[in-house]
Design a protein around this ligand. Structure first.
Ligand SMILES: NC(=O)c1ccc[n+]([C@@H]2O[C@H](COP(=O)([O-])OP(=O)(O)OC[C@H]3O[C@@H](n4cnc5c(N)ncnc54)[C@H](OP(=O)(O)O)[C@@H]3O)[C@@H](O)[C@H]2O)c1
Length: 290
């Protein structure tokens, strides 16, 4: 069977990576692409179907170009903490004759230059930005994938101040009227898999966004009430909360999500919908986390 291009994937066991791999299998079997799995020593390879090539790599240090040869689209879906290390992967990828485009493990809203310049963002920027900068400097394509907030960061982890368990939502009056973007791992993984099934040249140097649910704050309130059987407590989000939130241990990103939610300025370029994914209702989704 002739495969037209090769997708490299690192992070195949992660929340997003495992969904990317799952949704790449069909196009692989249909001969639309080849897959190479990059993984660290000790990674569980049991989910990788027989016949798919695996290559061990240590991204904490310079990477041998030979490990990237043959890959045209390089998808990274690694843990946030090691995202900065993918700079070593990108450096080697850029030297491969087969390299076309690199997808950073970004999967967040499109933060503006002003957002990135906020001093408290420095700790985030050190993970987010170097791989993208490296790819641009080295002349390899970059395909940035933006994403809504992962659903567990809304319902379980109080990343934006909501907690299904405590039945609380942090939102000011504007946020109750404006929409907030949410996504499940499967929806994003399917979206990325379908994106990289396209010829690499066609997705090179472009941005895409995946959002599964666009829900007004009031809609969240109703979903929490439907799941918990009582109205959630709404905690105001004020200017003071914004200032304090930038410095809180959950980091500034959750605070920026709220700030832009309240002004309707969460940016998602080129929104794309994966085919063949049936989303649950928001209430059914929330019930999973109850
Ligand atoms: N929009 C949102 O709400 C949101 C929320 C969270 C994260 N994100 C973004 O999404 C990205 C992916 O998140 P995720 O939750 O899917 O990540 P995750 O589940 O934490 O990723 C784990 C994956 O990273 C791999 N990994 C960890 N350390 C590694 C290393 N040193 N070398 C190679 N591979 C390593 C793991 O491999 P092993 O199998 O070897 O352990 C595993 O495959 C993050 O980078 C972050 O930017 C967005």
């Amino acid at each position: 069977m002739v495969h037209t291009h090769t997708v490299g994937l690192i992070g195949h066991t992660g929340n997003i990576g495992k969904q990317i791999l799952k949704h790449l299998i069909k196009p692989y079997e249909d001969g639309k692409l080849n897959i190479i799995i990059l993984h660290r020593a000790g990674s569980d390879l049991s989910s990788v179907p027989k016949g798919i090539e695996t290559r061990q790599v240590d991204i904490s240090k310079p990477v041998d170009v030979a490990l990237l040869v043959g890959i045209n689209t390089l998808v990274t879906a690694v843990a946030f903490e090691v995202m900065g290390n993918t700079v070593n992967l990108v450096d080697a990828f850029a030297k491969s004759p087969d390299a076309v485009t690199f997808i950073p493990s970004y999967y967040s809203a499109a933060w503006s230059e002003a957002d990135i310049a906020i001093p408290q963002m420095a700790v985030v920027n050190q993970h987010f930005l170097p791989p993208i900068q490296k790819a641009k400097e080295a002349g390899v394509g970059v395909t940035i994938v933006h994403s809504g907030l992962f659903s567990e960061y809304l319902f379980v982890i109080p990343f934006v101040g909501a907690s299904l368990k405590d039945n609380t939502i942090q939102a000011n009056a504007a946020m109750l009227e404006k929409t907030f973007p949410i996504i499940t791992h499967e929806y994003l993984g399917a979206g990325i898999a379908q994106l990289v099934t396209n010829p690499p040249e066609t997705i090179k140097d472009k941005s895409y966004s995946f959002i599964e649910y666009q829900v007004k704050g009031q809609g969240l309130v109703e979903a929490f009430e439907a799941v918990n059987g009582s109205k959630p407590t709404i905690i105001d989000f004020t200017e003071k909360d914004y200032e304090e939130g930038l410095n809180n241990p959950m980091g500034p990103i959750g605070t920026l999500y709220k700030a832009h939610w309240s002004t309707g300025e969460l940016v998602y370029p080129n929104e794309t919908k994966p085919e063949g994914i049936t989303s649950k209702s928001l209430v059914e989704l929330a019930k999973i986390y109850k």
